[in-house]
Design a protein around this ligand. Structure first.
Ligand SMILES: Cc1ncc(COP(=O)(O)O)c(C=O)c1O
Length: 407
């Protein structure tokens, strides 16, 4: 924003302008600062920068102007319109990461120590599940998994195990789009002194702002809707305790080395400017497709939280602006029907990931959730015949025609 005191009236304006820093050479867009280090006018200035006495960049693992623009933009979006307990505009600090998994692992490692436990939901991204179940236990950090759609069960789990230090969830979750009640869960967790963290990747801050309910940390895989064009892997970690983010979080982030890079940060900044218009179109298309699939004779079940038949429809309505652009569905013909349908697609793209302009379909049981044991997958609704779809922004009649001929 040319005038930094200008107050945007809506999310669209904010997404375009927030976080922008005037380039010293007057470039319109913040450039790709492809430089590993930053120089000093004198040794004394270098000393002042290292001691924190003087602001300024030092080394790109620690910070870089292109990262700063991305960090400030996401922090502005996640806090837009929110206030703190004193009624002042809520502030958050963000650390740009190399991937969503770098954001999640940095979050867990900066908050937990040997002997601590994380309470989480059974419906989670496969990589997060792998980290919780197979990587962190070697450090003495383990997970307690409960059905967090019932805050009563969450409270019972917390009371039963005093080692639980953190509540961690995704909502909507990958790939069943199950939702948990952020407000109710945060209240329960705070009553018992837990740290609360939310993966907001599927919703984005345009659809849902977890800080509104007192969540402490938010993580995103920016690879998805925030970037919006599938051009870069990335992640971001946000916290609303500014002092913690500036001190311990930054120290651990620097040591773990999960920083982004200037090119990916540039792609992210420019992708995020269109978040509002993209999400409106994604969500509008998703609703039409869910209604179409629900009526289709070849389809056994549609998981889309915008449909009143989805068990978490009411929660999604309560905490999300629109129900989102992710859904999954099961075909009556099971696994083979799913494979045949995927192979017949003419417009939609067969791939993992999500959040790009084009419609993407994948098969979680053999792809994103392959590392999750079959019995566990089935129990959590990730059946062999389940197909996940990230609804794109093509003209709706083209997506519907493609799905129709493929089904
Ligand atoms: C909900 C969610 N969180 C985190 C991740 C991990 O993100 P990344 O692949 O950027 O490391 C993914 C990846 O698909 C995801 O879907």
């Amino acid at each position: 924003m040319a005038d930094k005191d200008f107050k945007p009236s809506g999310f669209g304006t904010l997404a375009i302008h927030a976080g922008h820093i005037q380039d010293p050479n007057y470039a319109h867009l913040t450039p790709i600062y492809a430089s590993s280090t930053f120089v000093y006018d004198s040794a004394e200035q270098g000393m002042r920068r290292f001691s924190g006495e003087e602001p300024g960049y030092i080394y790109s693992r620690w910070g870089n102007p292109t990262f700063t623009e991305a960090e400030n933009k996401v922090a502005s979006m996640e806090t837009f319109g929110l206030t703190d307990s004193a009624g002042a505009p809520l502030q958050a600090r963000a650390l740009l990461q190399a991937s969503g998994m770098a954001a999640i692992s940095t979050l867990l490692l900066m908050n937990l120590k040997t002997g601590d436990k994380v309470l989480s939901h059974f419906s989670l991204y496969g990589g997060t599940e792998e980290l919780l179940q197979n990587v962190l236990p070697a450090l003495g950090i383990s997970a307690v998994i409960a059905d967090l759609r019932d805050p009563g069960r969450a409270e019972a789990a917390i009371k039963a195990d005093p080692a639980i230090r953190m509540l961690y969830f995704e909502t909507p979750a990958n790939p069943t789009v199950q939702c948990v009640d952020i407000d109710a869960l945060t209240k329960v967790a705070k009553l018992h002194g837990l740290i609360v963290a939310c993966d907001n990747t599927f919703a984005t801050p345009y659809l849902q702002q977890p800080f509104r309910y007192g969540v402490d940390f938010i993580v995103h895989s920016t690879t998805k809707f925030l970037n919006g064009h599938g051009t870069a892997i990335g992640g971001i970690l946000l916290g609303r305790d500014l002092e913690f983010m500036k001190t311990k979080a930054t120290r651990i982030h620097k040591s773990l080395g999960g920083n982004s890079n200037p090119f990916d940060a540039f792609m992210l900044v420019n992708g995020m400017k269109t978040l509002e218009v993209r999400m409106d179109r994604h969500c509008h298309n998703a609703m039409e497709i869910a209604r179409f699939l629900e009526r289709h004779p070849a389809v056994a079940k549609v998981n889309y939280n915008g449909l009143p038949t989805h068990p978490d429809h009411a929660i999604a309505r309560k905490q999300m602006r629109h129900p989102g652009a992710m859904m999954s569905f099961e075909l009556k013909g099971g696994l083979q029907a799913g494979i045949d349908c995927m192979n017949r697609l003419r417009l939609c793209t067969r791939t993992v990931s999500l959040g790009t302009c084009d419609t993407l379909l994948c098969h979680p049981a053999s792809m994103t959730h392959k590392s999750v044991p079959a019995a566990q997958r089935e129990k959590y609704g990730i059946t062999d015949g389940l197909i996940r779809m990230s609804v794109g922004m093509e003209n709706i009649q083209d997506i519907l025609a493609d799905l129709d001929q493929a089904l």
